[in-house]
Write a protein that binds this ligand. Structure first.
Ligand code: AMP
Length: 479
């Protein structure tokens, strides 16, 4: 039975989605431009793929028992009978694109990146949405440990350049198809002995996907994880050599990592290397204040005295905890599970929602809007027409120009120019519109000068150069 929405509700975004408002969208654009710049510098090529894909791609690759396939995909049947889904992740679409476009005939490895929206029907919570942003890097057609190290390296450079000082890569090897079987057996045997302490989902996972037991967030299952067998004790010689090779590259590149011998990731397609990146989370002022208030309440309730060495929230520096910003790994069997030839691959996905939120808290200065060089002020209809044409020629000449079409008075427009931080204002009134002149006003001193409209570009270049470097000789005027 379709749900009937009230008028109030259908004017809101659907649950788990949101509008990224202009100020926040600036952070997203800054991140996208930074990650794009770094990825291209390292040889990754940008590609856009559809937001919808065939449903049949995902169950054999992610796994029938994965959370995504079991309960998180937005699936629908089209009028023509196709089973489609909103893409829940990008590794599978990247591999699909590789085969669809015959990329095996390109020089190998094929290195691709993308960013955009992904969709999972999960319970919205802080930092998790039903439509969320990801940046993805994939290296296709390369078996070497250097490829794994490359994606981890590019990933960590992105974090460094975005201003994260304290981040760490948790890394592990899952082994390959052959040696993983042995590990799985040991893991199942271990958890069978603890079955009474497992949560309901984990009892099911024990039958369908035992590796996922290590991923469970229930506190009782987390405790059991501590005693579980470690993958590294079961992997074969060649998987061990591959892992060693990856770690040697990371050492060489000085990427901070921590071997987490029980790290697994929620999808079936991973083999050998898996990793996740964690960064230190900075508390927002609001959270910090809330913690202080909680500490106050505890103190009041217990009426205990607090001496100066006490570790209450008041005495602590800003609290920091770890947040997962993304992860990835190798998927050497993924293509075969789609009925294709073997294709080695390794990739990573960075969650953009948390990253954007974190950067907002860190006030990384990413969103500072560029101040305009020039603000155009027009008085009257004739002048308005003139400024519209002139605006375009100034923009083409690469000046950073702003204007306010809605404001009519000189005072209001000069106030806006001042607020925007413009260096110069260009003023055209009825008189200037008729006699082909224009007034240039220095916004910091208020000094004004009338020049010919046809000479405006030369005049502006000169004036802006002088403003940028007031000591420089040669203040010759062009009129
Ligand atoms: P995954 O594709 O599950 O490996 O996730 C990679 C990264 O994407 C995670 O570390 C998160 O930062 C982000 N991510 C995954 N699912 C969501 C979601 N529902 N909402 C926001 N971010 C997500």
């Amino acid at each position: 039975m379709p749900k009937k929405l009230s008028k109030k509700d259908f004017l809101k975004t659907p649950k788990g989605t949101r509008d990224i408002m202009p100020h926040d969208a600036l952070i997203w654009r800054a991140i996208e431009s930074k990650v794009g710049e770094i990825a291209s510098a390292y040889g990754f090529k940008f590609i856009r793929t559809p937001h919808i894909e065939h449903a049949e791609l995902f169950a054999p690759t992610l796994g029938e028992a994965s959370d995504i396939v079991e309960k998180q995909m937005y699936a629908f049947k089209t009028g023509g009978g196709d089973n489609l889904v909103l893409r829940p992740e990008w590794t599978v679409p990247a591999v699909r694109a590789y085969f669809e476009h015959g990329m095996h005939s390109w020089p190998q490895p094929v290195m691709l990146y993308t960013y955009g929206s992904f969709f999972r029907h999960e319970n919205p919570q802080k930092g998790r949405f039903r439509e969320f942003g990801q940046f993805d890097l994939e290296v296709l057609g390369d078996e070497s440990g250097a490829a794994d190290a490359l994606v981890v390296r590019v990933f960590s450079i992105i974090f460094q350049e975005l201003g994260f000082k304290n981040f760490i890569v948790h890394i592990n090897t899952l082994g390959d198809k052959e040696c993983r079987g042995e590990y799985r057996k040991e893991l199942v045997a271990y958890y069978r002995r603890k079955i009474n302490s497992l949560c309901k989902d984990c009892r099911n996972r024990l039958k369908t996907n035992p590796l996922r037991l290590l991923d469970c967030k229930e506190p009782s299952c987390q405790e059991l994880k501590e005693g579980a067998p470690k993958t590294i004790d079961f992997v074969c010689q060649s998987c061990r050599a591959h892992f060693k090779n990856v770690l040697e590259f990371l050492d060489e590149l000085a990427v901070p990592y921590f071997i987490d011998p029980r790290l697994v990731r929620g999808l079936d397609y991973y083999s050998r290397t898996v990793f996740e990146v964690f960064a230190e989370r900075v508390q927002t002022k609001k959270e910090n204040q809330e913690d202080k208030e909680k500490a106050e309440n505890i103190k009041d309730a217990s009426k205990t005295a607090v001496d100066s060495n006490d570790k209450t929230a008041e005495n602590k520096p800003e609290e920091a905890s770890l947040i997962a910003l993304g992860g990835g790994g190798r998927y050497d069997y993924l293509a075969e599970s789609l009925g294709q030839k073997k294709l080695f691959g390794v990739g990573v996905a960075i969650g953009l929602d948390r990253l954007a939120e974190e950067l907002k808290n860190r006030s990384a200065g990413l969103t500072r809007e560029k101040k305009p060089d020039i603000y155009m002020v027009q008085l009257g209809p004739q002048a308005k027409k003139k400024t519209l044409a002139m605006f375009e020629s100034l923009r083409k000449a690469k000046f950073n120009v702003a204007q306010s079409l809605a404001k009519d008075s000189l005072r209001a427009q000069l106030q806006s120019a001042d607020k925007a931080g413009a260096a110069l204002a260009l003023i055209i009134g009825q008189k200037e519109a008729l006699d082909g002149t224009i007034i240039i006003r220095d916004m910091s001193t208020g000094a004004q000068e009338t020049v010919l409209q046809e000479k405006i570009l030369d005049n502006l270049k000169k004036k802006l150069k002088i403003l940028a470097n007031p000591q420089a000789p040669g203040k010759a005027e062009v009129k």
